[in-house]
Design a protein around this ligand. Structure first.
Ligand SMILES: NC(=O)c1ccc[n+]([C@@H]2O[C@H](COP(=O)([O-])OP(=O)(O)OC[C@H]3O[C@@H](n4cnc5c(N)ncnc54)[C@H](OP(=O)(O)O)[C@@H]3O)[C@@H](O)[C@H]2O)c1
Length: 277
């Protein structure tokens, strides 16, 4: 495992994403992931699977303290009066006294950032969240919550894979002792069809998915949270620590990000940062 050092915590750079895993498939997936060795699990209020994630953690026998657990507050719970109760409900479902990282899922502005950050700080100070962060925030929005509002956010979870650059966000997190979590790190499965990734994978006796994940976690302050329902993918995605990509391979994959294929772009998304060409 590669770890990211932030605030005296070692965060496993490879985690397990659980979006669209429901009911028994979610319990089975998280149980298998923990058995394989994953110690970083990503869920969210909107995924409607926090209870299943909590059940699997409980059944796994892995100590809660050994797992880096993230959840996210959905946009309907951002008002101050709803925020903390929603986090307490998440913790009840997760059967956990705290999450390691609590994120604001999307930067919607129906509730002011000042109010959102007040709530986020309160649950942080109350010990319900060991670290706090955001998701899908632009650089300007990160600047606003950290530098104007003083919220100690340490993470931005954004879409990042070989077909989408996140250079502006990466530059900002690296300059401010934060880290970036790459969601949809396999471009939702599309990495398997790319010729460059196939060529590099063949050289290492790996799959394009393994190469994409290795490219991510080999970057400074980047974590990746692939989702996999099948045991084959779950195992394969964890098997990325026995090979290294050289500088030329890293560069060839980075060039693919010029394709700028963003896969997650709902109506409520912000005006995304554009990487310089
Ligand atoms: N913050 C946000 O707004 C946000 C948005 C999107 C996602 N996320 C988080 O990020 C996690 C991952 O993103 P994602 O689920 O969108 O997409 P992803 O992890 O990029 O891709 C998942 C898909 O790829 C397949 N797959 C798994 N391993 C593979 C491999 N080695 N090679 C080829 N295909 C493979 C999976 O198939 P099987 O399942 O059949 O194995 C699944 O269909 C989510 O689960 C969620 O936790 C957060």
């Amino acid at each position: 495992m590669i770890y990211i050092d932030i605030q005296n915590r070692k965060i496993p750079a490879l985690g397990y994403g659980t979006w669209q895993l429901k009911d028994k498939a979610c319990v089975d997936g998280v149980l298998k992931a923990l058995d394989i060795g994953y110690r970083h699990i990503d869920t969210a209020q909107i995924y409607e699977n926090e209870s299943e994630v909590g059940l699997a953690i409980e059944q796994s026998g892995v100590k809660r303290d050994d797992i880096f657990l993230t959840t996210k507050v959905w946009m309907s719970n951002l008002e101050h009066k709803l925020f903390r109760p929603s986090v307490e409900e998440s913790l009840r479902k997760l059967k956990a006294g705290y999450v390691d990282l609590l994120l604001i899922h999307w930067p919607v502005t129906q509730v002011s950032f000042a109010e959102q950050m007040k709530s986020l700080r309160e649950v942080h100070e109350a010990g319900l969240a060991r670290m706090i962060g955001v998701s899908n925030f632009t650089v300007a929005q990160m600047r606003e919550v950290r530098e104007e509002l003083g919220a100690p956010v340490v993470n931005n979870q954004v879409e990042y894979h070989p077909f989408l650059s996140q250079k502006p966000v990466l530059d900002y997190v690296r300059a401010h002792d934060m880290f970036l979590t790459a969601y949809s790190p396999l471009a939702r499965g599309k990495v398997r069809n790319d010729q460059t990734l196939q060529d590099i994978a063949e050289k290492h006796g790996k799959t394009p998915g393994q190469v994409a994940l290795r490219w991510l976690v080999q970057q400074e302050r980047v974590a990746a949270i692939p989702k996999a329902a099948s045991e084959e993918n779950l195992r394969g995605n964890f098997d990325i620590f026995s090979f290294t990509l050289d500088a030329d391979e890293m560069q060839r994959i980075s060039l693919l990000t010029k394709n700028a294929k963003r896969l997650i772009n709902p109506d409520w998304a912000p005006r995304w940062d554009m990487a310089a060409a």
